[in-house]
Design a protein around this ligand. Structure first.
Ligand SMILES: [Zn+2]
Length: 183
């Protein structure tokens, strides 16, 4: 294995989460509440940034209320020309730069992912769990619970420590599914 293959492997190993595992984890954690709420989220300034050499794709956006979200996907085949790819190819247009790329659809159960959003839900419900999986795409901000344990205090937000994502990231997943990026 040469050095660049080795670095590639590290990049792909760095996270244990996939888009599918985060979506199903979230639904398992809250019974589908965030998935339902995500339908009402509007995302603006969507920007798609491929890194061709490392098969990494970054997609960022901003919600109407100002939360900034970003997802990084690993092992994604994106290219500047169709000829560089084989198999099923879709066209990817970056709304920010108007650039067009080509890619193989992302296998959402296989592609490694890192997510970030600066909203309270991602921080308080999932950031610790995402960190444990190498799937937190931002600096971890530790927090200390200020109320006593249940039943005296409020219930734990994520008692079974299931990795998942906020409604903004779930919305981004839906948009990606709708454009054929996910299979
Ligand atoms: Zn969020």
């Amino acid at each position: 294995m040469n050095r660049s293959d080795y670095i590639l492997e590290l990049v792909e190993m760095a996270t244990k989460a996939t888009p599918k595992s985060l979506a199903t984890g979230t639904n398992r954690m809250d019974g589908g509440v965030r998935q339902g709420n995500s339908a009402f989220v509007q995302l603006l300034d969507i920007k798609i940034s491929p890194a061709f050499g490392t098969k990494m794709l970054t997609i960022s956006s901003r919600s109407k209320t100002g939360w900034i979200q970003s997802i990084q996907l690993f092992g994604v085949n994106v290219a500047q020309t169709k000829e560089e790819l084989t198999g099923k190819i879709i066209t990817l247009s970056d709304p920010a730069t108007k650039k067009t790329y080509y890619m193989n659809p992302i296998r959402q159960g296989e592609s490694g992912i890192r997510v970030s959003c600066n909203c309270p839900s991602l921080r308080f419900d999932f950031s610790y769990e995402l960190l444990q999986q190498g799937a937190l795409g931002r600096k971890f901000i530790p927090y200390t619970r200020k109320t006593p344990p249940p039943p005296l205090g409020r219930p734990y937000r994520n008692p079974n420590h299931i990795p998942g994502a906020c409604k903004h990231i779930l919305r981004l997943f839906t948009l990606m599914s709708n454009t054929g990026m996910f299979i």
